[in-house]
Ligand binder design. Structure first.
Ligand SMILES: [Zn+2]
Length: 433
């Protein structure tokens, strides 16, 4: 692996001499990775993605120093399979963790495992529920904790982990948080932000997706939920801001790459539903991806990319060989502005096969959703055109049909039992009655 890293360094150095790329240099390969997954964060609720409310000043400023991918389409719309895709580089069918009590197969390589094997010390901090150790997320971490202690605490623990390393070994830190997930409970001090005049209070504690989707919510109540969501984003942004300041004070980004992303978005009635895990509409699929640090120049990449692209991108950025069987594509040449860029695929596929069987194909301008149970397709224009030419529909229908035919679901083990702790956590997050 060291040899691979050395040859990557050499190739980079030659590329730099020939093309004079600003981000190049002997230190252009990062050593460390910090991956932060803000569960349930929609891209379009962040300033860096054009949101009109000032929800994310710290993240926006941070993003300007690195790469922002404009269109990132999650492969699915709920926590468990989306995070498995994020940490394996495999689509949902291939990793096979597509039902509520499935766990990651022992033979599926996870990013933490691969980086530890390559010499990194590893820490994984999640807030439980579908991110609990029982689902297999603890594999590959020297230290893993799924206690729901909150983002602030887990960023503190990440700092301690980085500070307390006794040797100069590289590290991988993975942090997942439900901070912006329903029940959307920001601190009282956030109440001054984002007050829609027509918002009507509705209790959210223990009343997430399942509950809301059975109510005939008024537009004012939906507005309230959406305002609360924005407040939790602003609060999360403050926590990230302090963490970024700490990284800067240590000059940590000189040899570290920081990734901020999410697993799926959140619906606020755009297509009749609240929450996620019910649909594959754009509000639950479009997520942010911000990559800042060593070797990454300021850049906005149009995409589209998916979560499966993250693992190959990170191994490539670190100068490690690709993991065998990975389905995603490395964005590293695009991030480094290298001349040898392989074009990214023009369309992205997503699916949910838990509460129904829905498949989506998304291009720059259109999305087609196939509902297998209802036997119908819905074509959505994402751009300006209100009249979609019939050949577009035919092309997308054939693409989604090919995707379904290609798809082979890997048989994965089920959990032996769902512990009372996980059950309670899932109930609080709105996944169980
Ligand atoms: Zn999630």
């Amino acid at each position: 692996m060291t040899k691979h890293r050395e040859s990557r360094r050499l190739a980079l150095a030659i590329g730099c001499l020939a093309f004079g790329i600003s981000a190049c240099g002997a230190d252009a390969l990062p050593r460390n990775v910090i991956l932060i997954s803000i569960d349930t964060l929609r891209a379009d609720r962040l300033g860096t993605y054009g949101y009109e409310r000032d929800t994310s000043p710290s993240l926006d400023a941070f993003a300007r120093r690195g790469a922002v991918v404009e269109r990132v389409v999650s492969e699915t719309s709920w926590t468990l399979p989306a995070h498995v895709t994020m940490l394996t580089g495999l689509g949902p069918a291939t990793h096979g963790v597509v039902g509520p009590i499935k766990r990651i197969a022992d033979e599926t390589p996870l990013l933490g495992e691969v980086l530890r094997e390559a010499g990194a010390r590893t820490i994984g901090l999640t807030e439980g529920g579908y991110m609990a150790a029982n689902f297999g997320f603890d594999r590959g971490f020297d230290l893993f904790d799924d206690a729901p202690v909150g983002l602030r605490k887990n960023l503190e623990r990440t700092r301690e982990f980085i500070e307390e390393r006794t040797s100069d070994e590289p590290y991988f830190a993975f942090v997942q948080t439900y901070h912006v997930h329903c029940p959307y409970h920001p601190a009282a001090s956030m109440a001054r932000y984002f007050r829609s005049p027509d918002a009507e209070f509705i209790e959210t504690e223990r009343r997430c997706d399942l509950y809301f989707n059975r109510l005939d919510l008024t537009p004012g109540q939906v507005r309230y939920l959406s305002d609360q969501y924005d407040r939790t984003i602003r609060e999360m942004d403050t926590m990230l801001g302090s963490f970024f300041d700490w990284l800067d004070a240590r000059q940590e980004l000189e040899d570290t790459v920081v990734v901020i992303t999410s697993d799926h978005g959140e619906a606020f009635g755009e297509h009749g539903e609240i929450g996620h895990s019910w649909s594959v509409d754009r509000e639950v699929l479009l997520i942010p991806l911000v990559i800042v640090g060593a070797g990454i120049g300021a850049n906005r990449l149009p995409g589209p990319v998916g979560l499966a692209d993250l693992v190959p991108t990170l191994t490539d950025l670190l100068g490690l060989p690709p993991i065998a069987g990975v389905e995603g594509r490395s964005l590293a040449p695009h991030l480094r502005g290298e001349p040898s860029q392989v074009p990214l695929p023009e369309e992205r596929f997503s699916e949910i096969t838990w509460k129904g069987s829905l498949y989506s194909v998304m291009t720059d301008d259109h999305q087609l959703i196939l509902d297998v149970e209802k036997g119908d397709t819905r074509l959505i224009s994402l751009g300006e055109d209100s009249q979609v030419p019939p050949e577009v529909r035919a092309r997308l229908e054939s693409l989604v049909e090919d995707y379904r035919k290609r798809r082979r679901v890997t048989d994965t083990p089920a959990l032996d039992e769902v512990s009372p702790v996980i059950r309670e956590r899932l109930r609080a997050l709105g996944y169980l009655e």
